[in-house]
Design a protein around this ligand. Structure first.
Ligand code: URA
Ligand code: SF4
Length: 219
């Protein structure tokens, strides 16, 4: 089975973890991605925020949530009253999974159109999420947060199991066992859902209101 397990160092803290993750070959996703996108933040962080996987910008820059979804998340966190200095931000899967648009034959002349540079995000599979789990478990053990904020269905399933339903479990304080530890969790939608939705403002306000539940849980 695919797993990051043999790549995860047993000591050395966050620095050793990040360094080792850069060399992870635990599943095939490292092959096409530019680099490992490990979590950012301090081990003193009160809140661990978990997204799905890096996107195009994150893959290029090597940091989580630096693209459009990240900007929206920052705005929503600020509006909910969660201080970014108190957060550790990471993803369930550490490499960008994508497809390239297929080259097609133009109906007019049959001239092949070269594949564009645009890379289309693909949801990670359960196998890939499971493979990458040891990194998240190690981050969780080091940060030992007071609260975990789960962004979207993929992160929810990765952390809480395949029966997780974001529509049913969002916006309430949950007590869950995650990677062998009791944890307080607030789930919400993925911020990119608020970038795509028809009713963006309402979806965004839903995100903010869930994050306010997290802010209250922190006291
Ligand atoms: N979406 C995610 O889930 N994570 C990122 O880091 C960026 C976009
Ligand atoms: Fe390793 Fe995770 Fe990257 Fe797969 S996605 S190679 S398990 S860091």
């Amino acid at each position: 089975a695919y797993t990051a397990e043999p790549f995860v160092p047993e000591r050395g803290g966050l620095t050793a973890l990040r360094k080792a993750a850069a060399e992870c070959r635990g599943c095939p996703l490292h092959r096409d991605a530019t680099q490992t996108v490990f979590g950012t933040g301090d081990t003193d962080a009160r809140v661990l925020i978990v997204g799905e996987q890096p996107g195009d910008q994150e893959d290029r820059q090597g940091k989580p949530f630096v693209g459009p979804a990240g900007r929206l998340l920052d705005r929503a966190l600020a509006e909910a009253g969660i201080d970014p200095a108190q957060t550790y931000v990471t993803n369930a899967v550490k490499h960008f999974k994508f497809t390239l648009p297929h080259s097609r034959l133009r109906s007019s002349g049959g001239t092949p159109i070269a594949p564009g540079k645009r890379r289309i995000h693909k949801a990670p599979s359960l196998r890939e999420m499971t493979a990458c789990g040891p990194w998240l478990a190690a981050e969780l053990a080091l940060v030992d947060p007071e609260l975990i904020v789960v962004l979207g269905a993929t992160a929810g399933k990765a952390l809480l199991g395949s029966s997780f339903r974001v529509t049913q479990q969002r916006g309430t304080l949950l007590e869950e066992e995650i990677h062998g530890r009791q944890a307080r969790v607030v789930a919400t939608i993925h911020p990119s859902a608020a970038l795509r939705a028809d009713d963006r403002e309402a979806v965004y306000q839903g995100l903010v209101s869930d994050l306010k539940v997290a802010a209250r849980a922190l006291g």
